[in-house]
Design a binder for this molecule. Structure first.
Ligand code: GCV
Length: 728
């Protein structure tokens, strides 16, 4: 098969590396010229590059190295392909490296795994070389990006000897793009992949996106909405999707598709000869693409349909990653239509993918959105565990249950899903939301890495041992063959990808955590800031601190004490709308009334949700005495006068935190203003106007929530800001 090579063209020219638009598009791959002093410390770098092999990934790696060194150091590396090559950057797998005459045996200090890399110096053919090696080509590419990142941040690479392995094999992003070009919960413009029902002609952005993803170790991308249009599996569409896979391939990003479970029954299509054949009474079906009268996963015809469909896709896209399935959720078709289980549905697809090495991600986001809100025992938070825990062990080895971090839906604060601890014989992946659906939609600064860290580090105490979520999802705890991390990214055509340059720290942070969840939020944001804005100490200090302060600030003016969804849940998921959470079937309830607030999820008197956790975690949440303040209202219904560990009453905490949060949002403006003249004007002004807007929105949130709580509780603010004269 001839594969068209589409390499991303970095947009910034050396001279313009600091201008806003270019900096936005290049994001953390700006490779801005280094100052003279820092550049001097890299003066001894080789002047040539040698690549051992000719795969498109290795070529991309070499091109990236040449581009990065040129941009940052103004030095043009010469590609060499014959020996002896003198002092050079040597790029290639260990196997290739070992075929060279080396002066000494060259092995890393610890074992290299797939996608891992080793950066080292070595004497090859009597020349000093800087070696970037790995067990596979993708690892070499990641090594190049890691080396360039170090140079961009001014880190010393003298006598470098560093081995890095990824924490898990699954490091994927999901895009919720629709074929018409709109993106569900996307805040950065229209789809970079699709327009008007077709794959775009110009896939430059898709290629640039894959480059960005590769630079942070992301190895898979699902290109379409989990609310999947069945048409993505039509033959004519797959032929188009193949072009996106071609654009991804040099960057080692595997393409995958979200699919609708009812596809075998609903796919029709103009120009689809198979369909016409199938409906013809004269000729029997000749192809997998023919519509059936069922999508029952246990029907052999359905199994055959998926098998042929997979074969067909792999014929076009040999490195295809697999499928993502959302079923029996929010109106999607599912196995319940035939009385089958989620494992039945996942396995019929898994078996079709298996011969090709593909995987199916089956989402645990399955719940009834017509719950009776009158019934105090009903609880949407229980749904994932209730649906999937009984099926543990029933999923095939290449099926992965994809679990949202919390048990509701990407709220500003939720406890981790108990399902992470509830699957011992099933592969898992955690789903994190990079796009800020419930956390300010990129209009508010909300750096999510600290939240994700809390989730990944949360110790589930399975069997009484230390079992943090990161070790459950990576498969370490239960020795699962595959597992890892999925981030819902939703970048769009906007120059800055996510709709805001500062929000890109979340995409960067997701990739870095998926690679190594033990990195601290401080390290990650320090890296990102230096790459995106440079190393001026004032800029680094200010930007990192703003980012690190942003989630706590957002939480304090939108959703304190784990109260759950106070936003407009039936509408835009952005504005304050606390009343909309109640009296409907969606189950994002906070149960606020005149006497108190919070969901009673205890085992003793509530919904019993806490019982889904291992005993040590049950103990933490079941008693009011142990339950942390920041999740109190998620687990307990208490009177407004209940006194928190902090010594404040619930109602006073709500008032204070909203005023404090809005004040902090206003201070973001003044803090940002100290950077005038220290970063490019375009981004300075763009981000300033965002902070000003956020400050106003925070006041809106503050006033709406405080007045609402006052209306319900009739308890005035002790500081006299809400509902009555000061009492103190
Ligand atoms: C893609 C939430 C979002 C939906 C999303 C869904 C999901 O409900 O609001 O837009 O649908 O989650 O994750 O499937």
């Amino acid at each position: 098969m001839v594969t068209a090579l589409i390499f991303a063209t970095p947009v910034s020219l050396r001279a313009s590396a600091d201008t806003g638009v270019a900096a936005d598009t290049e994001a953390w791959l700006r490779y801005a010229p280094l100052d003279a002093k820092t550049a001097k410390s890299y003066a001894q770098l080789p002047e040539k590059t040698v690549v051992l092999g000719d795969s498109v990934v290795l070529k991309a790696a070499q091109q990236e190295l040449i581009h990065g060194v040129e941009q940052m150091l103004g030095q043009t590396l010469t590609p060499r392909n014959q020996t002896p090559f003198g002092n050079a950057f040597v790029l290639g797998t260990l196997t290739e490296l070992h075929s060279l005459p080396l002066s000494h045996s060259l092995y890393p200090s610890r074992e290299l795994e797939a996608d891992g890399y080793w950066l080292t110096t070595a004497r090859i053919l009597n020349s000093e070389c800087l070696v970037i090696t790995a067990v596979n080509d993708r690892g070499v590419l990641y090594g190049v990006f890691a080396l360039l990142s170090k140079i961009a941040r001014g880190e010393s690479i003298a006598a470098i000897n560093e081995v890095q392995n990824p924490y898990a094999s699954i490091r994927w992003v999901n895009q919720w793009d629709n074929p018409d070009g709109r993106i569900e919960r996307g805040y950065g413009g229209r789809s970079i992949f699709f327009d008007e029902g077709k794959v775009r002609d110009d896939l430059t952005r898709a290629s640039q996106y894959a480059r960005l993803l590769a630079s942070i170790g992301i190895n898979g991308c699902t290109i379409n909405n989990v609310n999947a249009a069945p048409s993505v599996l039509e033959d004519s569409f797959i032929a188009q999707v193949r072009r996106i896979a071609d654009a991804f391939r040099p960057w080692g990003v595997q393409l995958s598709l979200s699919v609708d479970l009812s596809s075998p029954k609903v796919i029709t299509g103009a120009g689809n000869a198979h369909v016409e054949t199938a409906v013809s009474a004269v000729q029997p079906a000749r192809s997998a693409a023919a519509p059936l009268d069922t999508f029952d996963p246990l029907d052999p015809r359905v199994a055959e349909w998926w098998r042929k469909k997979a074969d067909e896709i792999y014929r076009q896209i040999p490195d295809f990653g697999g499928f993502v399935v959302k079923a029996d959720s929010e109106g999607r078709s599912g196995p319940s239509a035939y009385g089958r289980t989620h494992a039945d549905a996942a396995n019929v697809i898994a078996r079709a993918l298996k011969p090709h090495g593909g995987v199916v991600f089956y989402r645990a986001f399955v719940y009834n959105h017509h719950l009776d809100w009158h019934d105090l025992k009903n609880d949407r938070a229980k749904a994932a565990y209730d649906n999937f825990h009984p099926l543990d062990g029933a999923f095939d080895d290449n099926a992965i249950v994809q679990i949202k971090n919390g048990s509701i839906d990407f709220q500003v604060r939720e406890p981790v899903s108990p399902l992470f601890a509830g699957l011992r014989r099933t592969n898992e992946a955690i789903e994190l939301q990079i796009t800020q659906e419930y956390t300010g939609q990129q209009k508010h600064l909300c750096f999510l890495v600290p939240m994700w860290k809390e989730v990944l580090d949360f110790d589930m105490r399975v069997d009484g041992s230390s079992t943090p979520v990161k070790d459950l999802v990576s498969g370490r705890v239960f020795h699962r063959p595959v597992g890892g991390f999925v981030g819902v990214a939703n970048v769009g055509l906007d120059a800055n990808w996510l709709g805001s340059p500062m929000a890109m720290a979340n995409l960067y942070g997701f990739g870095r955590l998926a690679w190594n969840p033990n990195l601290s939020a401080e390290t990650i944001i320090d890296e990102w800031t230096r790459l995106a804005f440079g190393s001026d100490p004032l800029v680094v200090r200010t930007v990192t601190k703003l980012q690190l302060d942003s989630w706590p600030a957002y939480e304090s003016y939108t959703g304190p004490l784990g109260a759950g969804t106070l936003t407009n849940i039936t509408g835009n998921h952005y504005d304050p709308g606390p009343e909309s959470s109640e009296e409907n079937g969606w189950g994002q309830w906070h149960r606020a009334d005149h006497d108190g607030i919070g969901m009673d999820r205890t085992i003793a008197t509530g919904t019993g949700y806490i019982g889904q956790y291992p005993p040590a975690v049950q103990k933490l949440y079941e008693s009011l005495a142990n339950c942390p303040d920041n999740l109190l209202l998620f687990f307990h219904h208490v009177p407004y006068t209940y006194v928190l560990h902090s010594g404040k009453t619930v109602v006073q905490h709500v008032y204070d935190s909203h005023y404090e949060g809005a004040k902090r949002a206003a201070e973001f403006v003044t803090r940002w203003k100290t950077l005038e003249g220290h970063i490019d004007d375009e981004r300075y002004r763009d981000i300033l106007s965002r902070f000003e807007f956020q400050a106003g929105e925070a006041v809106k949130w503050r006033d709406t929530i405080c007045n609402w709580i006052y209306r319900l509780s009739s308890i005035p603010d002790k500081k006299g800001r809400v509902g009555g004269p000061p009492t103190a």
